[in-house]
Ligand binder design. Structure first.
Ligand code: SF4
Length: 185
């Protein structure tokens, strides 16, 4: 499967591979979650503290051999075009939900990290059991990732210039066929 083409077919504006071994779960990013600006801290299975300690997130992310960065970019009419911010965020969420459902059919154990808290349910069941553990989505920030650094590793910009807004997500997976290919060369 050509995952970059598939990502673009599903609506992403940019996609690029990166090496998950370069990922760093950072305590200072996690502290921003604890400040609870998005009102999700300790309210969702996919957000801190329920998504795991920073050490657990680090260990989980570096179990994967393949990383794919996904971006959705909106073009604002003015610097304060809040409608376009919202529409682009919603488009990114739809793109990511479709892509996650698709890649999980091939790699059920893949780790899909989006932007913001899981939105599969209107209200998260936390602290009661997650209703859809196979579809739940954490965010890159919840895993302690500094998004600008991951963009750099993937060779994509974090910011596409004046009057643009870009939302970023990533998927980590183990493409055993590509690994077998490497080992048999
Ligand atoms: S799938 Fe539903 S219950 Fe599970 S983490 Fe997401 S919002 Fe919460």
């Amino acid at each position: 499967m050509d995952w970059i083409k598939k990502a673009k077919d599903l609506g992403f504006d940019a996609a690029a591979f990166f090496n998950p071994q370069t990922l760093q779960a950072r305590e200072d990013v996690r502290e921003m979650c604890a400040a609870d600006k998005c009102h999700s801290y300790n309210k969702s299975w996919t957000c801190p503290p329920a998504c795991g300690t920073i050490e657990e997130c680090q260990e989980k992310m570096t179990r994967f051999a393949n990383g794919l960065l996904l971006q959705t970019t909106g073009h604002l009419k003015t610097t304060f075009d809040s409608k376009m911010y919202q529409l682009t965020g919603e488009r990114h969420q739809r793109n990511f939900s479709s892509f996650s459902d698709l890649i999980r059919k091939t790699y059920p154990d893949s780790l899909c990290l989006g932007a913001g808290p899981c939105q599969v349910c209107k209200t998260c069941a936390y602290p009661n059991p997650c209703r859809f553990p196979d579809r739940a989505l954490s965010s890159m920030e919840a895993y302690g990732l500094f998004v600008i650094h991951v963009c750099k590793e993937a060779g994509l910009p974090y910011y596409y210039g004046k009057n643009t807004i870009t939302y970023t997500a990533c998927v980590l997976y183990n493409d055993t066929k590509s690994l077998e290919g490497l080992h048999s060369r």
